[in-house]
Design a protein around this ligand. Structure first.
Ligand SMILES: *[C@@H]1O[C@H](CO)[C@@H](O)[C@H](O)[C@H]1NC(C)=O
Length: 323
């Protein structure tokens, strides 16, 4: 416990010392306002450098917008169309027989010329459970360090890519997304978006550029939710083999009671005699069969009316017996 206490005390002491030595940069008695800038390429910028101490010269040094040394208390670095990617403006002051400088961090950004989405090495419909690669191409963006590529499926964010290159000039970047579509993804819309997260000094909301949407078509084989079904012969009932599949399946019915195969997806039970009917649904991806067991209602199964009449008779007979 005591050890922890002294450990904490030590840490506090060290952090005090660090913050004290850390204030070294503040020894140069000039103030920049703002302290860092984010500028659109070709945009305008102005930053004040001021001092409250007597001095022998205050100036801005930069590849554009130089302000020669003056005796003023406040000077402004100003550029109306900034087109220098590697600009490093510095405010300098001559005082106490020395010169000191403060550097102004400048971020110059450029939104991409285009953002496009495509499928890598593939055309046309995708097969269920196969893996595919989507690609997002972001053309001429800066600084890539602040770029995020967001991947969306519909309105859902599914992936993000960030970039660590420190290059300041525009570059083109590619982000890839692996997908393994299933039947539920048929018709899904994928798209990507380039976003420049330029920090607090940057524009709000951050500049974004979306791609077009990529519609995914997925081929999948028919699959019935149950493989057998029992049906009683009835005017309104059908043997329904309809099943979802892409491409749309074809159907064929087989039974010893059918003289020929039937290719519709539905059979009316009232046109059939009892027995077993097998339906096969087929598309390019595979087949699935379903068995229908058709029973006649005249059999052993009691219907609501049978039960009702029987119970009424029972009551009536007891009544007669009691009398
Ligand atoms: C057969 O089933 C499908 C889907 O389950 C349904 O959309 C369709 O209306 C049904 N057809 C008949 C004639 O009942």
């Amino acid at each position: 416990m005591l050890q922890h206490f002294f450990g904490l005390f030590y840490l506090l002491a060290v952090s005090q010392l660090l913050s004290f030595t850390g204030s070294h940069a503040d020894e140069c008695p000039v103030q920049l306002n703002p302290q860092r800038v984010v500028v659109k390429y070709g945009g305008s910028v102005s930053v004040d450098c001021s001092t409250y101490v007597p001095h022998k010269g205050l100036g801005w040094e930069a590849s554009v917008g130089v302000v020669p040394m003056t005796r003023d208390r406040l000077i402004t670095w100003r550029v109306s169309e900034l087109r220098e990617w590697d600009i490093e403006p510095v405010c300098l002051i001559n005082y106490n027989k020395e010169q000191c400088t403060v550097y102004l961090p400048v971020t110059i950004y450029k939104t991409p010329d285009s953002v496009s989405i495509s499928t890598v090495n593939h055309n046309g419909p995708m097969m269920e459970r196969n893996q595919y690669e989507l690609q997002c191409d972001v053309l001429n963006v800066a600084p890539v360090q602040d770029l995020t590529v967001n991947w969306y499926k519909g309105q859902t964010l599914v992936d993000q890519t960030i970039f660590t290159d420190t290059i300041k000039t525009p570059v083109s970047k590619t982000s890839k997304l692996l997908i393994r579509p299933d039947r539920a993804d048929d018709g899904a819309q994928y798209w990507c978006e380039a976003k420049l997260e330029l920090g607090e000094e940057g524009p709000r909301p951050p500049p974004t550029a979306p791609s077009k949407t990529l519609n995914v078509e997925v081929y999948y084989k028919p699959k019935h939710s149950s493989s057998t079904e029992t049906i009683y012969i009835n005017e309104e009932l059908t043997l329904n083999c309809t099943v979802k599949a892409n491409p749309a399946p074809t159907y064929s019915w087989h039974s010893e009671h059918l003289k020929e195969t039937i290719s519709s997806s539905v059979l009316r039970s009232s046109t059939l005699s009892s027995g077993i009917y097998t339906c096969i649904a087929t598309n390019s991806q595979g087949t699935d069969s379903k068995v229908f067991i058709l029973k006649s209602t005249g059999g052993s199964r009691p219907t609501f009316w049978n039960v009702l009449i029987f119970s009424q008779l029972l009551v009536a007979s007891r009544f007669i017996f009691l009398n």
